[in-house]
Design a binder for this molecule. Structure first.
Ligand code: EPZ
Length: 430
């Protein structure tokens, strides 16, 4: 199994191109099956989660062609089944978008219950509530969600929690329901807006995405489209924090600075300089970092998907910082690994109390999930000495060419294979 071998201590300097947003690509790929016409999607990140979803779509007769690494053409006219029970699909959370898309178009879907990163209880009650409000029957049995409807009718749906997945899923199904649907307490993340924009480019009638009330007037038919996915806010944020963690100077290119505002604000509070121009943001960290406090919140609050990365940075900041995780209850699992690298962090419930240390030291560590894995890589890059990061398959779910991009900024990181190189490394380091 592959791992990252990292020799820490280099300040990362240079420019890095940010790819398309994974969490926008997933619903957009699923939505592309809602028309019999051909859809072209550009800026699709070449990461494990998008590839697993496309493979599962291919297994039910949907034609998917990669025109190049990031541009795909999809035609679902000859879909052979609305039952998706692919063994791999249950590993990704976003399998649930196939339910909303298939229910909307075919009024039937059976999909293996979603998996995804183990970051806490990941309920789907709001998705189900939304589908039922549109008139669908929904049952959970044999590890599958099964849903069908004679026809879908628009409805007024109040989400009990702000949920990215439920908002998008209901939006998908409601796009082809009869009449008007209103989603209240909707999620406002950039990927919710991107999914709505994509559906509108196919002829849907969705208004208000990006606010907490989304209004959808159902249409009978959607048509083909040629669409480019927005840049990945979380990939960009991760590289911005890499500049802070390694006292570097990184320009993230091809980003939407507005999407990064909460991250920018916190970096400025810690003493970094952040300069925006056009579609790029430069982060320079030339002095000692200061503590600050963070609470994760739905957009436009500080994203839960950046919580581990900012904790790594605050672990190196002067003073005591407090990080409160309010979205997922199990998202501090990486802290034990960070403590093994010398961090002084105590977790109490959903709060981490961080007393900054001057440096981390290299260690053998394991990524517990996607974003925590990326955060541990940042810690290892800033640390004194060598680290081995295990379970990098999690990181590959959502970061394209992470090691290659980091190397282009001066990082000493390479992929090694446990059975070969790691044994040599262990011999060398005892
Ligand atoms: C999406 O997950 C993202 N995944 C996650 O990114 C991200 O962390 C999360 O949104 C929050 O921003 C994808 O887009 C594929 P939610 P999702 O529904 O949709 C509760 C990453 O690292 N909830 O917004 O599953 C839930 O338990 C991944 O890229 C219910 O109670 O998240 C959580 O506390 C990890 N009932 C909160 O809402 C429901 O029916 C937010 O979850 C749905 C959710």
């Amino acid at each position: 199994m592959e791992q990252y071998l990292i020799h820490g201590g280099n300040s990362l300097v240079g420019e890095v191109e940010i790819g398309g947003a994974k969490n926008a690509a997933l619903p957009i790929l699923a939505a592309s099956i809602m028309t019999d016409e051909t859809v072209h999607i550009d800026n699709v990140p070449d990461v494990r989660d998008t590839n697993v979803l496309m493979d599962a779509m291919g297994n039910v007769g949907i034609i998917i062609k990669k025109e190049n690494r990031h541009r795909v053409t999809i035609n679902a006219a000859n879909i052979s089944s609305t039952v998706v029970c692919d063994d791999n699909i249950k590993k990704i959370r976003a399998s649930y978008y196939l339910i909303g898309a298939m229910l909307g178009k075919y009024k039937h879907a059976e999909v293996t219950l979603p998996g995804g990163c183990d970051i806490g209880c990941r309920a789907i009650d709001q998705h189900i509530k939304g589908f039922r409000a549109l008139g669908a029957e929904v049952v959970l049995e044999h590890g599958m969600i099964k849903t069908r409807a004679d026809h879908l009718t628009g409805s007024h749906i109040y989400m009990d929690v702000v949920s990215v997945g439920a908002t998008i899923n209901v939006m998908l199904a409601a796009s082809m329901a009869e009449g008007k649907t209103i989603i209240e307490n909707a999620a406002k993340e950039p990927h919710v807006v991107d999914a709505a924009n994509f559906l509108n480019s196919m002829g849907a009638n969705i208004k208000g995405a990006g606010t907490d009330v989304i209004r959808i007037r159902g249409v009978q038919k959607l048509h083909g489209s040629d669409y480019t996915i927005v840049p990945d806010q979380i990939e960009a944020g991760t590289f911005m924090l890499a500049a802070a963690a390694t006292k570097g100077d990184i320009t993230v290119r091809n980003v939407i600075p507005k999407h990064l505002e909460s991250i920018t604000a916190k970096l400025i509070e810690t003493g970094c300089e952040v300069m925006e121009s056009g579609d790029q943001v430069r982060v320079v960290c030339s002095r000692n970092l200061r503590h600050t406090h963070i609470k994760t919140l739905p957009y436009p609050g500080f994203p839960t998907d950046m919580q581990p990365q900012i904790t790594v940075v605050l672990g190196l900041s002067e003073g005591t910082s407090i990080v409160t995780e309010s979205i997922f209850e199990n998202r501090f699992k990486y802290v034990d690994e960070l403590v093994r690298m010398g961090a002084n962090i105590k977790v109490e419930g959903n709060t981490a109390i961080i007393d900054g240390v001057k440096k981390y030291t290299g260690a053998g560590i394991a990524a517990p999930d996607l974003r925590a894995g990326a955060a541990l890589v940042l810690a290892a890059l800033s640390a004194e000495g060598e680290s081995i990061v295990d379970n990098i398959r999690y990181i590959q779910r959502g970061y394209e060419d992470f090691d290659i991009k980091l190397r282009s900024l001066g990082a000493d990181i390479k992929v090694v294979d446990r059975d070969n190189d790691y044994r040599d490394f262990k011999l060398m380091t005892g």
